[in-house]
Design a binder for this molecule. Structure first.
Ligand code: ALA
Length: 422
């Protein structure tokens, strides 16, 4: 698969992605209307994206045409399943500019974060491993780092962020110089303010102090251009379900020379060459990190999502559409009385807000009643939300199928809510 601008012009209207054409590929829109008699206004994409029909079809083909296990048997169905999974690994690796022997499939970003912490703390060292992270990290990283520390010998230190979850490079470097971490856990994009970090600036600093970067790219892959080579990222992970793929599948990328130093953290069949009472010989390469039967349909579904993104014009088209909707949403939200919104200027399609006089959960419930899907609360990033706001936040998040009409419907409902609670 090659990165390319699509030659299928159906998806573009005046050089921009046309979300109405995109929607034809998402049956959930018409099914929702048929079921409820309402329009679906899906603005909860950061929680989980919708999935195009082609991904569901590709996953279903696995179950109806070549259902079998991989890496075990040589009959025809098993060969086909293995071939599809190998192709999937290749396309997903290429999507982030990695190679196939650097990609481990996981059940999602949380599973990957847990595995990384185990991997880096299992390597023997003279002193406890030192980890630096920010208070803006998602719970998948934050809770994992704090909780595993209870029974594993490593140290964690935190860096603060500004009111849009930004981290200045000067403060970042100062902290690294002072704390001397071995690893820095840092997200690529933030799920509350939408901040997209210029990762190459941070990795340069991290490497200049001989540390390594572990990047949570769950809110970034499929939304903004992520290139592990160009950004010089050592370890990175993401989930399929935030980028049009199925739930229950994720990816852990680990630069080859680093992966070679790590040991598996979960064990079982399919990851071993030979087993005796006294000795276990593990498979070489990424397979030793993937014991047990894999989520085969999930792997196929995730690759299908990646191919779909390429098909509609690639990440450049996704980013341009996201920026267009983001700017429109900001201009419309500014017309609502007593509404405060929080966003980062370099943004992956996320805005959070609160009313001075209405509780965020009331906002979510009333919107839900009219078919407008948003999320309210702490967004699995409680330390960040408490740092930037006195109240929980309602969040809207966009993707390729979001229209300006969606924003208009949201804004008119928010105006009604504001007046209702006056
Ligand atoms: N991480 C997801 C969110 O931001 C669940 O809502």
């Amino acid at each position: 698969m090659r990165r390319r601008q699509t030659d299928d012009n159906r998806f573009f209207f005046r050089n921009m992605l046309d979300p109405y054409t995109i929607r034809e590929d998402f049956s959930i829109y018409k099914n929702y209307t048929a079921d409820t008699n309402k329009k679906l206004v899906y603005l909860d994409c950061a929680s989980s994206s919708l999935t195009p029909d082609v991904v569901v079809t590709d996953m279903s083909l696995y179950y109806t045409q070549y259902r079998s296990n991989i890496e075990r048997s040589s009959f025809g169905l098993a060969q086909r399943a293995k071939l599809e999974c190998d192709l999937a690994r290749k396309d997903i690796a290429q999507f982030i500019n990695a190679s196939t022997d650097e990609l481990i499939f996981t059940s999602g970003a949380t599973d990957a974060a847990n595995k990384v912490v185990d991997m880096i703390t299992q390597v023997q060292s003279a002193r406890p491993v030192r980890i630096l992270t920010s208070i803006a990290e998602h719970h998948s990283v934050f809770v994992t780092l704090l909780q595993k520390k209870v029974y594993t010998n490593y140290e964690v230190e935190f860096i603060s962020v500004d009111e849009t979850a930004g981290i200045s490079c000067e403060i970042f470097e100062h902290k690294i110089k002072e704390y001397k971490p071995d690893y820095v856990f840092m997200q690529y994009a933030n799920n509350v303010t939408g901040a997209v970090y210029k990762m190459s600036d941070y990795t340069k600093i991290v490497h200049s102090y001989n540390a390594q970067i572990v990047c949570d790219a769950s809110q970034a892959v499929g939304h903004v251009h992520v290139d592990v080579e160009k950004d010089e990222i050592d370890i990175l992970f993401f989930s399929g379900h935030k980028m049009l793929g199925p739930t229950g599948i994720g990816v852990l990328y680990c630069r080859k020379n680093i992966l070679e130093q790590f040991h598996p953290t979960t064990y079982g069949g399919g990851a071993v060459e030979s087993v005796s009472l006294r000795h276990i010989e593990f498979t070489q390469g990424v397979k030793r990190f993937e014991p047990g039967t894999q989520n085969i349909s999930g792997i196929i579904g995730l690759a299908s999502a990646v191919r779909y993104i390429e098909h509609i014009g690639g990440i450049a088209a996704v980013e341009a559409h996201s920026e267009d909707i983001f700017k429109y949403a900001l201009s419309r939200l500014s017309q609502i009385d007593r509404l405060h919104y929080i966003f980062a200027p370099k943004n992956c399609g996320i805005i959070s807000f609160y009313f001075e006089h209405v509780h965020t959960h009331d906002v979510e419930a009333i919107l839900a009643d009219s078919g407008v899907a948003v999320r309210s609360g702490y967004h699995c990033a409680e330390t960040l939300v408490r740092h930037i706001s006195d109240t929980p936040l309602t969040r809207i998040s966009f993707y390729i199928y979001t229209t300006k009409e969606d924003i208009d419907i949201l804004v008119s409902k928010l105006q009604e809510i504001s007046a209702l609670f006056n």
